[in-house]
Design a protein around this ligand. Sequence first.
Ligand code: NAD
Ligand code: UDP
Length: 332
Amino acid sequence: MILVTGGAGYIGSHVCALLLAMGREVVIADDLSNSGADAVERLEKITGRRPLFCRGDVRDTGFITGVARTYRPECTLHFAGLKAVGESVRRPLAYYDVNVGGTVTLLRALRRYGGRRFVFSSSATVYAPSEVMPLTEESPLGPYNPYGWTKFMAERALLDLVAAEADWRVALLRYFNPVGAHPSGLLGENPRGTPNNLMPRLCDAAAGVTPRLSVFGLDYPTRDGSGVRDYLHVTDLALGHIRAMELLETSAGAHIYNLGTGVGLSVLEMIAAFQAATGIAAPYEVCPRRPGDLAAYYSSPAKAEREMGWKAEKTPADMCGDAWAFYKKSFI
Ligand code: NAD
Ligand code: UDP
Protein backbone atom coordinates (compact mmCIF):
# COMPACT_ATOMS: atom_id res chain seq x y z
CA MET A 1 0.00 0.00 0.00
CA ILE A 2 1.26 3.47 -0.90
CA LEU A 3 0.08 6.39 1.25
CA VAL A 4 -0.26 9.66 -0.66
CA THR A 5 -0.92 12.65 1.59
CA GLY A 6 -2.35 15.57 -0.37
CA GLY A 7 -3.22 13.10 -3.12
CA ALA A 8 -6.37 15.02 -4.12
CA GLY A 9 -4.25 18.09 -4.97
CA TYR A 10 -2.52 19.21 -8.14
CA ILE A 11 0.74 17.25 -8.09
CA GLY A 12 -0.36 14.41 -5.79
CA SER A 13 -3.32 13.51 -8.03
CA HIS A 14 -1.01 13.13 -11.04
CA VAL A 15 1.21 10.79 -9.03
CA CYS A 16 -1.86 8.79 -7.93
CA ALA A 17 -2.86 8.42 -11.60
CA LEU A 18 0.53 6.84 -12.36
CA LEU A 19 0.49 4.60 -9.26
CA LEU A 20 -3.02 3.32 -10.03
CA ALA A 21 -2.10 2.72 -13.68
CA MET A 22 0.90 0.69 -12.45
CA GLY A 23 -1.49 -1.48 -10.42
CA ARG A 24 -0.33 -0.21 -7.02
CA GLU A 25 -2.73 0.02 -4.08
CA VAL A 26 -3.15 3.68 -3.09
CA VAL A 27 -4.64 5.36 -0.05
CA ILE A 28 -5.01 9.14 -0.16
CA ALA A 29 -5.06 11.18 3.07
CA ASP A 30 -6.24 14.74 2.38
CA ASP A 31 -8.29 17.31 4.30
CA LEU A 32 -9.57 18.79 1.00
CA SER A 33 -8.56 22.27 2.18
CA ASN A 34 -7.27 23.01 -1.33
CA SER A 35 -8.91 20.33 -3.47
CA GLY A 36 -12.15 18.46 -4.09
CA ALA A 37 -13.33 14.91 -3.36
CA ASP A 38 -14.08 14.56 -7.09
CA ALA A 39 -10.36 13.86 -7.57
CA VAL A 40 -11.17 10.25 -6.60
CA GLU A 41 -13.80 9.95 -9.37
CA ARG A 42 -11.49 11.58 -11.87
CA LEU A 43 -8.70 9.16 -11.01
CA GLU A 44 -11.12 6.26 -11.49
CA LYS A 45 -12.19 7.67 -14.84
CA ILE A 46 -8.58 7.94 -16.02
CA THR A 47 -7.22 4.64 -14.68
CA GLY A 48 -10.27 2.43 -14.18
CA ARG A 49 -9.18 1.98 -10.56
CA ARG A 50 -10.35 3.82 -7.47
CA PRO A 51 -7.94 4.86 -4.72
CA LEU A 52 -8.92 4.54 -1.07
CA PHE A 53 -9.64 7.94 0.43
CA CYS A 54 -9.38 9.17 4.04
CA ARG A 55 -10.45 12.72 4.73
CA GLY A 56 -8.45 14.36 7.51
CA ASP A 57 -5.61 16.61 8.54
CA VAL A 58 -2.02 15.32 8.71
CA ARG A 59 -1.57 17.41 11.87
CA ASP A 60 -4.29 15.37 13.60
CA THR A 61 -2.38 12.63 15.45
CA GLY A 62 -5.48 10.45 15.93
CA PHE A 63 -6.40 10.66 12.25
CA ILE A 64 -3.00 10.05 10.72
CA THR A 65 -2.04 7.35 13.22
CA GLY A 66 -5.30 5.59 12.36
CA VAL A 67 -4.45 5.74 8.66
CA ALA A 68 -0.95 4.35 9.29
CA ARG A 69 -2.27 1.60 11.59
CA THR A 70 -5.04 0.55 9.20
CA TYR A 71 -3.07 0.57 5.95
CA ARG A 72 0.56 0.00 7.04
CA PRO A 73 1.97 1.78 3.97
CA GLU A 74 5.33 0.49 2.77
CA CYS A 75 6.03 3.88 1.20
CA THR A 76 4.59 7.36 1.80
CA LEU A 77 4.57 10.25 -0.66
CA HIS A 78 3.98 13.45 1.29
CA PHE A 79 2.37 16.26 -0.72
CA ALA A 80 -0.01 17.69 1.90
CA GLY A 81 1.05 21.23 2.65
CA LEU A 82 0.55 24.92 2.06
CA LYS A 83 2.38 26.40 -0.92
CA ALA A 84 1.70 30.09 -1.51
CA VAL A 85 4.86 32.11 -0.93
CA GLY A 86 3.05 35.44 -0.46
CA GLU A 87 0.57 33.97 2.01
CA SER A 88 3.48 32.43 3.98
CA VAL A 89 4.80 35.96 4.59
CA ARG A 90 1.42 37.04 5.99
CA ARG A 91 0.59 33.82 7.90
CA PRO A 92 3.95 32.28 8.87
CA LEU A 93 2.61 30.25 11.81
CA ALA A 94 0.05 28.48 9.62
CA TYR A 95 2.89 27.50 7.26
CA TYR A 96 5.19 26.23 10.02
CA ASP A 97 2.28 24.39 11.60
CA VAL A 98 1.19 22.52 8.46
CA ASN A 99 4.47 22.10 6.59
CA VAL A 100 6.78 21.38 9.52
CA GLY A 101 4.39 20.26 12.29
CA GLY A 102 2.27 18.20 9.87
CA THR A 103 5.35 16.42 8.53
CA VAL A 104 6.60 15.57 12.04
CA THR A 105 3.16 14.26 13.11
CA LEU A 106 3.00 12.10 9.99
CA LEU A 107 6.52 10.75 10.56
CA ARG A 108 5.64 9.83 14.15
CA ALA A 109 2.62 7.85 12.95
CA LEU A 110 4.68 6.08 10.27
CA ARG A 111 7.44 5.37 12.76
CA ARG A 112 4.91 3.46 14.80
CA TYR A 113 2.96 1.63 12.11
CA GLY A 114 4.19 2.29 8.59
CA GLY A 115 7.10 1.35 6.42
CA ARG A 116 10.04 3.69 6.52
CA ARG A 117 10.27 4.85 2.93
CA PHE A 118 9.32 8.48 2.47
CA VAL A 119 9.25 10.82 -0.55
CA PHE A 120 9.01 14.50 0.34
CA SER A 121 7.74 17.41 -1.78
CA SER A 122 10.42 20.04 -1.37
CA SER A 123 11.06 23.10 -3.44
CA ALA A 124 13.72 25.13 -5.23
CA THR A 125 12.92 27.89 -2.72
CA VAL A 126 15.30 26.15 -0.25
CA TYR A 127 18.25 27.49 -2.27
CA ALA A 128 19.83 30.83 -1.46
CA PRO A 129 19.33 33.55 -4.08
CA SER A 130 22.30 33.34 -6.42
CA GLU A 131 23.58 34.53 -9.75
CA VAL A 132 25.35 31.23 -10.28
CA MET A 133 23.15 29.00 -12.42
CA PRO A 134 22.17 26.23 -12.80
CA LEU A 135 21.36 25.26 -9.23
CA THR A 136 22.75 21.87 -8.27
CA GLU A 137 21.90 19.91 -5.14
CA GLU A 138 25.20 21.26 -3.74
CA SER A 139 24.28 24.94 -4.26
CA PRO A 140 24.13 26.93 -1.03
CA LEU A 141 20.85 26.77 0.86
CA GLY A 142 19.20 29.88 2.30
CA PRO A 143 15.49 30.43 1.74
CA TYR A 144 14.24 34.01 1.41
CA ASN A 145 10.63 33.56 2.54
CA PRO A 146 8.80 31.62 5.28
CA TYR A 147 7.49 29.01 2.82
CA GLY A 148 11.07 28.18 1.79
CA TRP A 149 12.12 27.93 5.43
CA THR A 150 9.32 25.46 6.18
CA LYS A 151 10.61 23.21 3.38
CA PHE A 152 14.19 23.68 4.61
CA MET A 153 13.17 22.66 8.15
CA ALA A 154 11.15 19.64 7.06
CA GLU A 155 14.13 18.52 4.93
CA ARG A 156 16.39 18.97 7.95
CA ALA A 157 14.07 16.93 10.20
CA LEU A 158 14.10 14.12 7.63
CA LEU A 159 17.90 14.16 7.28
CA ASP A 160 18.29 14.06 11.07
CA LEU A 161 15.82 11.18 11.29
CA VAL A 162 17.78 9.17 8.71
CA ALA A 163 21.00 9.90 10.64
CA ALA A 164 19.41 8.70 13.89
CA GLU A 165 17.53 5.64 12.62
CA ALA A 166 19.25 3.71 9.85
CA ASP A 167 16.13 1.93 8.57
CA TRP A 168 14.56 5.13 7.17
CA ARG A 169 14.92 5.74 3.43
CA VAL A 170 14.08 9.23 2.28
CA ALA A 171 13.97 11.13 -1.02
CA LEU A 172 13.84 14.94 -0.91
CA LEU A 173 12.57 16.20 -4.25
CA ARG A 174 13.17 19.87 -4.97
CA TYR A 175 10.65 20.95 -7.58
CA PHE A 176 11.24 23.94 -9.83
CA ASN A 177 8.10 25.40 -11.53
CA PRO A 178 5.46 22.73 -12.14
CA VAL A 179 2.90 23.66 -14.81
CA GLY A 180 0.53 21.93 -17.22
CA ALA A 181 -2.14 19.33 -16.62
CA HIS A 182 -3.06 15.71 -17.27
CA PRO A 183 -3.47 15.08 -21.02
CA SER A 184 -7.03 13.80 -20.31
CA GLY A 185 -7.98 17.31 -19.18
CA LEU A 186 -9.35 15.77 -15.95
CA LEU A 187 -6.57 16.73 -13.52
CA GLY A 188 -4.89 20.10 -13.22
CA GLU A 189 -4.21 23.09 -11.09
CA ASN A 190 -7.26 24.62 -9.47
CA PRO A 191 -6.08 27.72 -7.62
CA ARG A 192 -8.52 29.03 -5.05
CA GLY A 193 -9.14 32.76 -5.26
CA THR A 194 -6.91 34.88 -7.45
CA PRO A 195 -4.00 32.89 -8.87
CA ASN A 196 -0.45 34.15 -8.37
CA ASN A 197 1.50 31.94 -10.72
CA LEU A 198 2.28 32.69 -14.32
CA MET A 199 0.45 29.82 -16.07
CA PRO A 200 -3.00 30.22 -14.49
CA ARG A 201 -2.74 33.96 -15.00
CA LEU A 202 -1.76 33.45 -18.64
CA CYS A 203 -4.85 31.25 -19.07
CA ASP A 204 -7.04 33.91 -17.42
CA ALA A 205 -5.72 36.53 -19.86
CA ALA A 206 -6.17 34.18 -22.85
CA ALA A 207 -9.76 33.47 -21.78
CA GLY A 208 -10.57 37.16 -21.27
CA VAL A 209 -11.25 36.58 -17.56
CA THR A 210 -8.68 39.31 -16.98
CA PRO A 211 -8.07 42.05 -19.56
CA ARG A 212 -4.37 41.22 -19.86
CA LEU A 213 -1.42 39.48 -18.25
CA SER A 214 0.88 41.67 -16.20
CA VAL A 215 4.50 40.93 -17.09
CA PHE A 216 6.34 41.70 -13.89
CA GLY A 217 9.46 43.49 -15.05
CA LEU A 218 11.17 43.79 -18.41
CA ASP A 219 14.37 45.22 -16.94
CA TYR A 220 15.98 42.06 -15.57
CA PRO A 221 19.46 41.09 -16.77
CA THR A 222 18.01 38.21 -18.83
CA ARG A 223 17.79 37.47 -22.61
CA ASP A 224 14.70 39.63 -23.13
CA GLY A 225 14.46 41.43 -19.76
CA SER A 226 11.65 39.28 -18.32
CA GLY A 227 12.07 36.79 -15.45
CA VAL A 228 13.43 33.32 -16.21
CA ARG A 229 12.23 30.09 -14.55
CA ASP A 230 12.56 26.35 -15.04
CA TYR A 231 9.00 25.24 -15.94
CA LEU A 232 8.33 21.53 -15.98
CA HIS A 233 5.27 19.53 -16.96
CA VAL A 234 3.41 18.06 -14.00
CA THR A 235 3.31 14.57 -15.60
CA ASP A 236 7.12 14.61 -15.89
CA LEU A 237 7.27 15.72 -12.26
CA ALA A 238 4.91 12.90 -11.28
CA LEU A 239 7.17 10.34 -13.00
CA GLY A 240 10.07 11.66 -10.92
CA HIS A 241 8.19 10.49 -7.81
CA ILE A 242 7.77 7.00 -9.22
CA ARG A 243 11.52 6.83 -9.97
CA ALA A 244 12.30 8.07 -6.43
CA MET A 245 9.95 5.51 -4.90
CA GLU A 246 11.64 2.76 -6.92
CA LEU A 247 15.09 4.00 -5.92
CA LEU A 248 14.16 3.70 -2.25
CA GLU A 249 13.30 0.03 -2.79
CA THR A 250 17.02 -0.66 -3.27
CA SER A 251 18.90 2.31 -1.76
CA ALA A 252 19.23 3.13 1.92
CA GLY A 253 19.70 6.59 3.40
CA ALA A 254 18.71 10.06 2.21
CA HIS A 255 18.70 11.17 -1.43
CA ILE A 256 18.22 14.72 -2.68
CA TYR A 257 17.21 15.56 -6.25
CA ASN A 258 16.32 18.63 -8.24
CA LEU A 259 13.34 18.03 -10.50
CA GLY A 260 13.37 20.49 -13.37
CA THR A 261 14.13 20.55 -17.09
CA GLY A 262 17.43 22.38 -16.71
CA VAL A 263 16.20 24.97 -19.21
CA GLY A 264 15.23 28.48 -18.15
CA LEU A 265 12.38 30.13 -20.05
CA SER A 266 11.45 33.79 -19.83
CA VAL A 267 7.94 35.14 -19.30
CA LEU A 268 7.88 36.43 -22.90
CA GLU A 269 9.03 33.02 -24.17
CA MET A 270 6.20 31.35 -22.24
CA ILE A 271 3.68 33.78 -23.76
CA ALA A 272 5.05 32.89 -27.22
CA ALA A 273 4.96 29.13 -26.44
CA PHE A 274 1.35 29.52 -25.30
CA GLN A 275 0.42 31.22 -28.58
CA ALA A 276 2.20 28.56 -30.64
CA ALA A 277 0.41 25.76 -28.74
CA THR A 278 -3.10 27.24 -28.57
CA GLY A 279 -3.28 29.83 -31.35
CA ILE A 280 -4.22 32.46 -28.76
CA ALA A 281 -2.14 35.60 -28.36
CA ALA A 282 -2.76 36.42 -24.71
CA PRO A 283 -2.79 40.21 -24.27
CA TYR A 284 -0.14 41.49 -21.89
CA GLU A 285 1.32 44.68 -20.50
CA VAL A 286 4.67 45.36 -18.92
CA CYS A 287 4.41 46.23 -15.22
CA PRO A 288 6.95 46.94 -12.50
CA ARG A 289 8.87 44.04 -10.97
CA ARG A 290 7.01 41.98 -8.36
CA PRO A 291 8.64 42.52 -4.96
CA GLY A 292 10.74 39.56 -3.86
CA ASP A 293 11.12 38.07 -7.36
CA LEU A 294 14.51 36.83 -8.56
CA ALA A 295 15.69 37.54 -12.12
CA ALA A 296 16.43 33.96 -13.09
CA TYR A 297 16.76 30.51 -11.65
CA TYR A 298 16.84 27.06 -13.15
CA SER A 299 18.02 23.61 -12.20
CA SER A 300 20.67 21.18 -13.07
CA PRO A 301 18.61 17.95 -13.17
CA ALA A 302 21.76 15.89 -14.00
CA LYS A 303 21.82 14.03 -10.68
CA ALA A 304 18.24 12.80 -11.06
CA GLU A 305 19.05 11.49 -14.53
CA ARG A 306 22.30 9.87 -13.41
CA GLU A 307 20.97 8.18 -10.29
CA MET A 308 17.25 7.64 -10.98
CA GLY A 309 17.15 7.59 -14.79
CA TRP A 310 14.65 10.46 -14.72
CA LYS A 311 14.57 13.24 -17.29
CA ALA A 312 11.78 15.70 -18.13
CA GLU A 313 10.55 14.97 -21.67
CA LYS A 314 7.65 17.35 -22.29
CA THR A 315 8.04 20.60 -24.22
CA PRO A 316 6.80 24.11 -23.39
CA ALA A 317 4.13 23.54 -26.08
CA ASP A 318 2.91 20.45 -24.15
CA MET A 319 2.88 22.44 -20.90
CA CYS A 320 0.85 25.30 -22.37
CA GLY A 321 -1.44 23.11 -24.51
CA ASP A 322 -2.34 20.80 -21.61
CA ALA A 323 -2.78 23.70 -19.16
CA TRP A 324 -5.15 25.40 -21.61
CA ALA A 325 -7.13 22.21 -22.34
CA PHE A 326 -7.70 21.70 -18.58
CA TYR A 327 -8.57 25.36 -18.09
CA LYS A 328 -11.15 25.31 -20.91
CA LYS A 329 -12.75 22.11 -19.62
CA SER A 330 -12.86 23.33 -16.01
CA PHE A 331 -13.50 27.05 -16.10
CA ILE A 332 -15.08 28.10 -19.43
P1 NAD B 1 -2.13 21.50 -3.76
O1 NAD B 1 -2.59 22.55 -2.81
O2 NAD B 1 -2.84 21.35 -5.05
O3 NAD B 1 -2.13 20.07 -3.03
C1 NAD B 1 -1.90 19.94 -1.64
C2 NAD B 1 -2.97 19.00 -1.10
O4 NAD B 1 -2.76 18.86 0.31
C3 NAD B 1 -4.39 19.56 -1.27
O5 NAD B 1 -5.23 18.54 -1.79
C4 NAD B 1 -4.81 19.98 0.14
O6 NAD B 1 -6.20 19.83 0.34
C5 NAD B 1 -4.00 19.02 0.99
N1 NAD B 1 -3.67 19.54 2.32
C6 NAD B 1 -3.22 20.78 2.66
N2 NAD B 1 -3.02 20.86 3.99
C7 NAD B 1 -3.35 19.64 4.51
C8 NAD B 1 -3.35 19.09 5.81
N3 NAD B 1 -2.98 19.82 6.87
N4 NAD B 1 -3.74 17.80 5.97
C9 NAD B 1 -4.13 17.05 4.91
N5 NAD B 1 -4.15 17.53 3.64
C10 NAD B 1 -3.76 18.80 3.44
O7 NAD B 1 -0.55 21.75 -3.97
P2 NAD B 1 0.44 21.09 -5.02
O8 NAD B 1 0.83 22.12 -6.01
O9 NAD B 1 -0.06 19.78 -5.48
O10 NAD B 1 1.70 20.88 -4.06
C11 NAD B 1 1.97 19.66 -3.41
C12 NAD B 1 3.24 19.79 -2.58
O11 NAD B 1 4.31 20.17 -3.43
C13 NAD B 1 3.16 20.84 -1.48
O12 NAD B 1 3.82 20.34 -0.34
C14 NAD B 1 3.92 22.01 -2.07
O13 NAD B 1 4.52 22.81 -1.08
C15 NAD B 1 4.97 21.31 -2.91
N6 NAD B 1 5.47 22.14 -4.01
C16 NAD B 1 4.59 22.66 -4.93
C17 NAD B 1 5.06 23.47 -5.95
C18 NAD B 1 4.11 24.08 -6.96
O14 NAD B 1 4.51 25.02 -7.64
N7 NAD B 1 2.89 23.58 -7.12
C19 NAD B 1 6.44 23.76 -6.05
C20 NAD B 1 7.31 23.20 -5.11
C21 NAD B 1 6.81 22.38 -4.10
N1 UDP C 1 5.01 36.46 -13.59
C1 UDP C 1 4.54 37.49 -14.38
N2 UDP C 1 3.20 37.77 -14.30
C2 UDP C 1 2.34 37.10 -13.51
C3 UDP C 1 2.84 36.03 -12.70
C4 UDP C 1 4.19 35.74 -12.77
O1 UDP C 1 5.28 38.14 -15.10
O2 UDP C 1 1.14 37.42 -13.50
C5 UDP C 1 6.45 36.12 -13.66
C6 UDP C 1 7.19 36.22 -12.35
O3 UDP C 1 7.68 37.54 -12.15
C7 UDP C 1 8.31 35.19 -12.55
C8 UDP C 1 7.65 34.12 -13.43
O4 UDP C 1 6.53 34.76 -14.05
O5 UDP C 1 9.38 35.77 -13.29
C9 UDP C 1 7.16 32.91 -12.65
O6 UDP C 1 6.34 33.34 -11.59
P1 UDP C 1 5.53 32.31 -10.67
O7 UDP C 1 4.81 33.10 -9.63
O8 UDP C 1 4.73 31.39 -11.54
O9 UDP C 1 6.70 31.41 -10.03
P2 UDP C 1 7.88 31.81 -9.01
O10 UDP C 1 8.14 33.27 -9.13
O11 UDP C 1 7.39 31.41 -7.68
O12 UDP C 1 9.05 31.01 -9.46
